[in-house]
Design a protein around this ligand. Structure first.
Ligand SMILES: Cc1cc2nc3c(=O)[nH]c(=O)nc-3n(C[C@H](O)[C@H](O)[C@H](O)COP(=O)(O)OP(=O)(O)OC[C@H]3O[C@@H](n4cnc5c(N)ncnc54)[C@H](O)[C@@H]3O)c2cc1C
Length: 391
């Protein structure tokens, strides 16, 4: 039985928020604190809420998880404390859905137990990540082993991870969406090199790194294939759809925290004879933010419900991904503006939130691609004469 949302909120208020500044340092002290917090969260049953109990988690579906994330998303570190951090959460989901019993035992169980981290290696520096049909990394069978060659980057969390799941071309002659497979690769496999690339909003250490990963004839057993040969794209869609929703759920927490900080500061800070809260511009920011956040919440709940009931949620997910990235950026930006110079310093969580929010427009598909997906689907529906109905 999952712990209720209030238990997550209480834990964050009591244990994480008071040490947020220390965690932001991303040093040895922060690592020790995180280990301690994770042990406490696990003991309290606040653990792996993205996975169902049969996979070792405490989850009860997407809708319930959306609700929890309005709390978990408030602080960047909370997802790691509760062991539902990207990219491990998405990797755990595909291992649960597509892994063999041996793969689940060997790779999924340590993830759920919090004894291992993983990375997802899809994007490459030399071809468009927005159009992954052109990926170049290859895996060829040599006897009982896959031999993997290629260069990836933005493999989040690769530094210090135990294994990764790599997308590689195994069926070069197949049609674009059937060319790739997903293969599990231990991080200590000979020929695999991991180098962190500094990224805006991340000091970059362990879980928070984004890495270049080079595969130089990396050999892994053939049974490390995840799912069917040629099913890499399909599995990626299965992973990225829900993964995008996970991101947006956490952004809801970030938006609401920024909103709270903005309102509080507007009431406290005086200028030109009265509080900022009395200035019309600030009032407009608050009203617009409230409307936009609530719209994001409702879109998220709608998409989560559709995923839970196995309805096609492709349009809902894309629509939500680009719309929520915009709201996240706007709300944090307004909150920074209301804080003046303070909003740009380490003394406010807003500066970190602001830097992190930029990536939301790019990772797991840039805004433009999601807009394209939404409009194509809708126009196709009109072109076939069915039209598009909102439901
Ligand atoms: C913080 C962060 C974490 C990430 N983590 C991972 C990870 O763990 N694993 C992983 O494999 N990848 C990861 N990525 C990579 C991410 O998924 C890619 O950056 C993304 O898919 C875009 O690919 P690209 O960077 O190659 O941009 P490109 O494909 O080169 O696109 C560049 C720009 O072109 C424009 N564009 C592209 N297509 C269209 C179109 N059809 N219409 C209009 N404009 C278009 C967009 O503005 C886009 O931003 C991460 C990225 C970030 C920022």
């Amino acid at each position: 039985m999952a712990e209720p949302r209030s238990a997550y909120r209480l834990f964050i208020d009591e244990h994480i928020l008071p040490v947020e500044t220390e965690l932001l340092q991303e040093d040895d002290g922060a690592d020790a604190l995180l280990r301690e917090l994770r042990a406490r969260a696990r003991a309290a049953g606040l653990w792996a809420p993205h996975l169902p109990p049969e996979a070792g988690g405490t989850g009860e579906g997407f809708l319930a998880y959306a609700d929890l994330n309005e709390e978990i998303g408030r602080v960047a570190w909370a997802q790691y404390v509760f062991n539902c951090q990207a990219p491990d959460a998405g990797n755990g989901e595909i291992l649960h859905l597509f892994g063999t019993e041996e793969q689940k035992e060997h790779w999924l169980r340590p993830l759920v137990d919090g004894n291992a981290r993983s990375f997802f290696s899809m994007t490459e520096p030399d071809v468009s990540g927005a159009d992954p049909t052109a990926l170049q990394t290859t895996a060829t069978l040599d006897g009982q082993e896959w031999v993997i060659s290629g260069r990836k980057w933005f493999s989040s969390g690769a530094e210090g991870a135990s294994f990764g799941i790599v997308m590689a071309v195994t069926e070069p002659e197949a049609e674009p969406r059937r060319r790739m497979s997903q293969i599990i690769v231990p991080a200590d496999a000979p020929g695999l090199a991991i180098v962190p690339v500094p990224v805006l909003g991340h000091r970059g250490r362990g879980w928070t790194t984004h890495c270049e990963v080079t595969y130089s004839d990396v050999r892994v057993p053939h049974e490390n294939l995840l799912g069917q040969r040629g099913a890499g794209f399909l599995i990626a869609q299965k992973r990225l759809g829900p993964g995008r929703i996970h991101h947006v759920m956490r952004w809801l927490g970030q938006m609401q925290r920024a909103f709270e900080l903005m309102c509080t500061r507007a009431l406290e800070r005086e200028a030109f004879g009265g509080p900022l809260a009395e200035k019309q511009t600030v009032q407009n920011w608050i009203a617009d933010s409230a409307a936009e956040i609530q719209a994001c919440r409702l879109l998220t709940l709608d998409a989560a419900r559709k995923i839970d009931t196995d309805e096609d949620a492709r349009v809902e997910i894309s629509l939500l991904k680009f719309y929520a990235a915009g709201v996240l950026s706007r709300v944090i930006d307004r909150a920074v503006q209301v804080h003046g110079a303070l909003g740009l310093t380490d003394r406010s969580p807003l500066s970190h939130m602001y830097a992190q929010a930029r990536g939301a427009h790019i990772y797991d598909g840039p805004d433009e691609v999601h807009r394209m997906v939404v409009s194509r689907r809708i126009l196709d529906a009109f072109a076939t004469g069915d039209g598009w109905r909102f439901s």
